[in-house]
Write a new protein. Sequence first.
Lengths: 430, 371
Amino acid sequence: MGRGKKQLDWSCACEGNGRCLGAAFWSPRSRSLAYAAVRKLKVTAKGPGIEESVTVASVQAPAGRVCRGGTVRIGAQEQAAGALTIQENLVGALRARDAAGNRAALKLAPPAGVRLAREPTAAVTAGDLELGAPGIRLEEDDRTLLRCYYHARRERKVRLQVKDLHFSYGSVPALEGVTFKVNAGEMLGIVGPNGSGKSTLLRCLARILKPRTGTVYLDGRNLRTLRGLEVGRCLGYVPPPGARAAFSATVLETVLQGRRPYLIWGVERRDLEVVTQALGYLGLTELAERLLGELSSGQQQKVFIARALAQEPEVLLLDEPTATLDIRYQLEVMALIRRLATEKGRVVVAVLHDLNLAGRFADRLLLLHQGKIFAAGTAKVVLTPENLRAVYGVEAVVTEGPWGVQVTAVAPAAGLRAVEGAAVCAAGRG
Amino acid sequence: MGLFPKMSGTLPEASFAAIRAAYSRHVSRKVLFLIVLLCLTVAVMVASTAMGVAGISVGDVGRVILSHLGVGILPENDLAETVVWQIRLPRILLATITGMSLAGAGAVMQGVLRNPLVSPYTMGLSSGAAFGAAVAIVLGTGLVGGNYVDVSRWLIVTNAFFFGSLTTLLAFSLARFKGMAPETLVLGGVAISYLFQAGVSLLKYVSNNEALKELVVWLMGGFWGADWQTLALLTPVVLLCMAGLCLCAWDLNVLGAGEEVAASLGIKVVRLRVYTLTLATLAASATVAFTGIIGFVCLVGPHICRMLVGNDHRFLIPCSCLMGAVLLLLADTLARTIIAPTEIPVGIITALMGSPFFVYLLIKKKRQWWG
């Protein structure tokens, strides 16, 4: 995968009774074709990667099913009537003809929270989707490309599955029976007090530590069975701030390290493109030739995140990604990984100390306490004053506002509370 | 343009061009440096062949070499043939090979153990080799068995090689209990080094005059023992080891970012450590066995290159090899010629000459190459 991906022109045409409406998308990453509400689909493709193949195949599958690359054979330049040219990873809408042969164009509606930058046509190209851009909302019940795209992604559901993880440092148990699932496109925040096993859990997921018992599955595949550099294509790990290298590399060299799973010796155009993109996301383009040792810890942290992005991983694991960042980059980085999850259907698991960021950006939270899951669910369910008292031993005020659940720790909980704690508590309420 | 095209539209061409330019600068500067260093190595080799006590003209030197390569005919001068072909050329090639293996091994050891102070010297390899040689010289016994009246050269060589490699093996077995942590490996190496040093001291103490003299000379290191047979043995070993190490360059780069990151990128850190340290030890102890203890180059050669080409192991390893070769060649030529006909042990010269250069670079280059 990864290497040698070429941009393809895809076209999809609907066959059959002409009534069928639907959408299909091709994911070069998983080499799979997903489509929804399509009875029969004719796929033709032309592009630099596939000149030699000649077959045109029809595929038939129930809506939402994902066909693996092997089942769809790709034909050469055969432009079916009414086909649309589809660009980039996304793909395309299907236009259907009614019985009289008239084309029925699809209207497009983005999933909730996504706006389109321009008046949609039947084909949507990569540039169109922009979060928050001024755009048009379309009718709720249009069957659309984006909807289908979105749902087909959602259809895959569980991507990361963790079953009964146990880990101990010597005889000291650090994780006891941790079990959870993360869906495609979801960002899971791991929160908990110091020493509750957050980082240990993340390291077990990143294959740095080997759990005593328990298994981690990615798309149904045991992570332990990944061979060699495959690991780096599936998992991206961002170490906690403060990790120092022995010898300084430049920012560019460091981010290029993230391409290691795709490299043999030389660095190719695609590697540099991905690196440019990753550097751009984190605002590091200007610093590319600086040495890592010359940067502030916050900048270094951004470099490490960029390196993980350069890996193009299916699962992004971050250990306190925002701890050394200023408030602007805290928001930017969180929004970035949030979008990475939603729009690419990736899985993001982040250890977060800042409960407010966790409550705002994570889809779900996992509250760890003494190596066990104390609570799991949305921020509203997890970050309750009762849970915080039990786990952190603090009295906290929890409010829900336009920026998600906000937690303000007021004072150590009763029993731990000293006299001045009570004063602070009183002041906080007043 | 596949990464996250949804997230901020298309790839900005300007920044892609900037990154591409930065990367080509990154590479071209290093390649250029590598070429310069290669030319320098060859130039120094040629120049030092023509230098020496026996006043042989450059023309004669060229003719001798060409005739052995099958071009032209031998010059009349018999002396020139003997001196150039039998003495100087093997010696110069041995210095080149030794410099390559020591500095290359040093660069790799520093990288894989993530420690700028590590070299074959500090890892105990030299002490082990010294002990092996001392056993052969003083006690006259060795692995190949038997009590020799006159200590054969091969006995010293095999002993030194065996004990040199043994230190790394011992360090491995110590570190195994701690998951091959680099600190344990280094400290284990240092501890073993002290053990062998004590052994060498003991053997010095009990040795007779003749043996002591021979041992001291061996410990200072030099290229006296150079001949074509030695070269035929060493060259393939060293070149193969270095090629094997260059293949790990990317993994070493990633390991520089930390073991956890390397592990999460799918690199088997322990396996990488064992593989690279084994190759580096093999190359270094093979050469040390023939030349005796030559320090400095293996520690400082890589650091000079770090300052000049940075820490990308794809370039650092070959650069260190060439840098080591140049340093040792210059040192050996000086050692041969500076107060000719007396020869100074090359180890003294390398340190005398290299240290000021190193300190100069250390002060001049202000960038943070370490940490």
